[in-house]
Design a protein around this ligand. Structure first.
Ligand SMILES: [Zn+2]
Length: 246
């Protein structure tokens, strides 16, 4: 097999490997994007829950404080009932009134925090619904990814073996050149020479369409196994009939 024929064979197998890998990469990228959405949704839910806990804790603290005022008021009431002196009675009653005012204030504040906590509970419900929806989408993407992987895994392994075998047929120097150009052009390392006008000796690169110097065509015509690269896109040039000759 000529070097150009070996390179063209390698090109065909390499393209198939890349096409299949791209399909798999696409599913993997989609899955990764869905995973990120789940992470974001979980973080938002955790934040909403944390705010709710803080509001509840504030309400509970105020209720506890109010409770201790209640105990003091109750003990004052016992004192009040036991006293017979009018002056002392008035002092105790005044103190009870002051404590009750403070207690009412604390109860009012506790109620505000409880109201806020209720509103926050609604946000938690929304965030949970949103997160669950994201989890369903992520799971669907995972199923799609796994299915696609299972579908093409065997074919891809087979093609990779074929590619290795095809690469063995190409001399080391040309193989290195091919690999470098293939990486640059997503696998398209070869380009056919297009004849625009034989009479005017006008030829272009079939990939990037730049006009080729006549000597490039002449060199290939002289020996179609010569390695000539397009001066613009660097792809390895070949003549259309070179394939049929092999
Ligand atoms: Zn070109």
């Amino acid at each position: 097999m000529s070097v150009i024929a070996a390179l063209r064979h390698l090109q065909r197998v390499d393209s198939q490997v890349r096409a299949l890998s791209t399909r798999l990469d696409g599913a993997a990228d989609a899955l990764a994007a869905r995973e990120r959405e789940v992470t974001t949704a979980n973080a938002k839910l955790a934040e909403a829950e944390s705010i709710h806990r803080q509001l509840m804790a504030s309400a509970k603290n105020l209720e506890a404080e109010s409770g201790s005022f209640k105990v003091r008021i109750e003990s004052l009431r016992v004192e009040l009932n036991a006293t017979s002196k009018k002056s002392q009675y008035d002092i105790i009653l005044g103190e009870m009134g002051t404590l009750q005012e403070k207690r009412d204030e604390l109860d009012g504040q506790a109620l505000e925090f409880m109201t806020k906590a209720d509103a926050q509970q609604a946000r938690i419900t929304d965030a949970t619904t949103h997160r669950d929806e994201r989890v369903r989408r992520r799971d669907a993407a995972r199923t799609e990814h796994d299915q696609r992987q299972a579908d093409i895994a065997d074919r891809l392994a087979e093609l990779r073996r074929e590619r290795e075998e095809a690469a063995i047929q190409v001399p080391a120097k040309e193989l290195a050149l091919f690999n470098s150009i293939a990486d640059e052009h997503e696998g398209e390392a070869m380009a056919e020479v297009i004849e625009l006008s034989a009479r005017h000796r006008e030829y272009t690169c079939g990939a990037c369409n730049i006009e080729l110097p006549p000597r490039a065509y002449a060199a290939l015509m002289g020996n179609n196994d010569t390695i000539i690269c397009c001066p613009s896109c660097r792809r390895i040039l070949h003549l259309a009939f070179a394939e049929k000759a092999d």
